[in-house]
Design a protein around this ligand. Sequence first.
Ligand code: FAD
Ligand code: DHB
Length: 396
Amino acid sequence: MRTQVGIIGAGPAGLFLSHLLHLRGIDSVVLETRTRDQIESTIRAGVLEQGTMDLLTQTGVGERMKAEGALHHGFELAFEGKRRRIDLTDLTGQAITVYAQHEVIKDLVAARVAAGAELRFGVSDTSVHGIDTDKPSIRYCHEGAEHELQCDFVIGCDGSQGVSRQAIPQALRKDFERVYPFGWFGILCEGPPSSDELIYARHERGFALISTRSPNVQRMYFQCDPKDSVDNWSDDRIWAELHARADSDEGHKIIDGKIFQKNIVGMRSFVSTTMQYGRLFLAGDAAHIVPPTGAKGLNLAVADVNVLSKALDAFYKENRTDLLDRYSETALKRIWRAEHFSYWMTSMLHRIEGASPFEQQLQVAELEYVTTSRTAATVLAENYVGAAGAQMQVNL
Ligand code: FAD
Ligand code: DHB
């Protein structure tokens, strides 16, 4: 089989790239280890930046997001028993939409299938070949047979555990990493929203986040030991912890519901450079990971492939390679902005084991500042909506 662009991985990065390339008249094939059902039901992120919302809408895959997602113009920071609002729209003119990642995946798969795209689910033994030539290929197994996909470019959108990053010679790669000594316990529950907007709470017992999925389904998280097991947490224990951390002294209480999903995720910051080697390009989690506190993972994946699709378009339409050559540098500006923001939000809001009382007061002082000073609040808001990241890519 032959195509122009061979894409490994049907996450947000791979599927959206395939969609963008199709709109530009460029053929691609997407290879994915999991089944369609699995990728359409895995619970992950939930916040779409303004730029992500705009891109999905402009490219014809934003209809359901607009109808079923919740447009939010602000969020709350909870600390010292109070809640203080960050008014995103007043501060930046922009907003965010809360819409689950697997719903974005469903919309992208539906659009690709409707356009007759070649999406191969359930592949195994994916490997990358000839990326230092102009005839690269991807080998893989599908339904018991071995296959080779010949292409002009290989794009590694295979997430943090994929194979494509390893295809870049170790001597040319530089990895940056920080592992956090805590994780997030996430729940989905039936019930009404506890608040009109998301609540990010700092508490002596640890961080908590109150999010939503729909008028009847809520998403909440609380900081936990990454090695803990969901089996140690009864529903009563979870609600007691969430109330302790997220209720305010001003009379706000979160609303309990019937919990139907529990999971624990570890947290780390990671950037792998370079994101290009020969005819191989990396995008999304294959090249970088952020802790979820800034809600940037999915948005960065979308931003990467937006840059890459323009560079591939310039190659096919104008025979230009300069944008492809600058892809890694261009994408990394925004990635490092998001790395810093996610690290900052994480450090400001989580309980750091062993932190001195002085260090704890610094967290509170920072929260007081970002909720009092318009200048400081704007810094937070323009990062949260993605305007700061977009700014990093202007004029490159
Ligand atoms: P992925 O979504 O990981 O997609 C990669 C795809 O490649 C997968 O479908 C995988 O099956 C496939 N694949 C892997 N290896 C191969 C191979 N060898 N061959 C073929 N296919 C392969 N971000 C937030 O902002 N908030 C959150 O709450 C949040 N929660 C998360 C929870 C979990 C458990 C994880 C893992 C991530 C979470 N993230 C969250 C991050 C966010 O979901 C990711 O940043 C986003 O999914 C990145 O998209 P991607 O397309 O780059 O990678
Ligand atoms: C959600 C996840 C995040 O990481 C975040 O910062 C905000 C909301 C969510 O899953 O709803």
